[in-house]
Design a protein around this ligand. Sequence first.
Ligand SMILES: [Zn+2]
Length: 369
Amino acid sequence: MVQKNEFWSIWDLQKQNKQPVTIERKKTFNKKISDARQKAKEAFCFHCKEEVASFCNSHSIPSFCLKTIAKEGKLLMTNAFMNVQILDKEKGVKQTGTFQLICKACDNTVFSEYETPINYELKPTQQMLTQIALKNFLQHISRKKQEIALFESLSTEDTRDDPYIYNNLETKQFDLKIYTDKYNKAKQNLLNDHEVYKCLYFQTLPYICPVAFQDNVTICLDLHDKIINNIYTPTHLNDTTSIHISIFPLKTSTAILIFLHRSEFSEYKTFFKTFWKKNLEEQLEILNFIIFAYSENVYMSPLLPAEVLENQELIDIVRPVAPTFFPNKKQIQQDFKIALKETFSFSNMKRIPNLLSEKYKLKNFKEMG
Ligand SMILES: [Zn+2]
């Protein structure tokens, strides 16, 4: 289960070929990505299975929270840290975190309860949790479909025999199956509304964080560096457990929500027993570390001070996670524990600025600006 955007890894692979970054190569690369997106598209809405002429540009995170933190309608992507030349650092609210997999009718109806800001004044309902889970899985399914199409197109060229391409394609197909299974469970619960999702944390901060987030993340290590999920197994085809995290900046506050499917709680029990005992500041530090280390679906306000974006420790944490960095399977086996620790140990969390702390609340920057 590789979590961050594989497009970065492919770029990394291309860099290994030691070819200079030319405008021509950027164009070719962008064409590959857009072809993959086209190829991954189907004629039917993934959710209602109705035939569609055009897909909805679904947001993987509600646009109301993006608008809250935007500056002149723009938001920063995690590539603001990465500086990958071919990818955007900044995007408009309408283009941020979008995917095309379902029809407009589904997009307008299925997610309405969780996409209503006032609903965060009380503890989120089971229906809201189900809608968030559904959205997270759809977003991952859309991405996996694109990545598969992209890897398939790459594997027909000069990289055909590259074990990296071959292994990744296999992993992606496995991940797509896992996400589809999880999506189907969530879809079933839209109707059933059973208590299948367990809310582990709901907190409203009395200020606006400069960060918006929504994703399903597979946590690898607990707070004492014990393995919860090993994503670097030799085959990569391992089933994993994950939690849903939402950080929604609202008009004057920020709602933070963590939940999971009940069947996956046992893996996270120890983690949350420790987490619940921490004070608010430490809990926010942990969450801040998780969103940057584990996901790229972090959208930030351009009002953030430059020193945050230039913070080397944070840049290192944001770096994409992929077994690309391991030359062969044998080495993965030997080094996976070290690699997991290097990437995911919470002992690193105090080294990075905590963008969820009051210190970075949005009002501060707006006043300064
Ligand atoms: Zn539909």
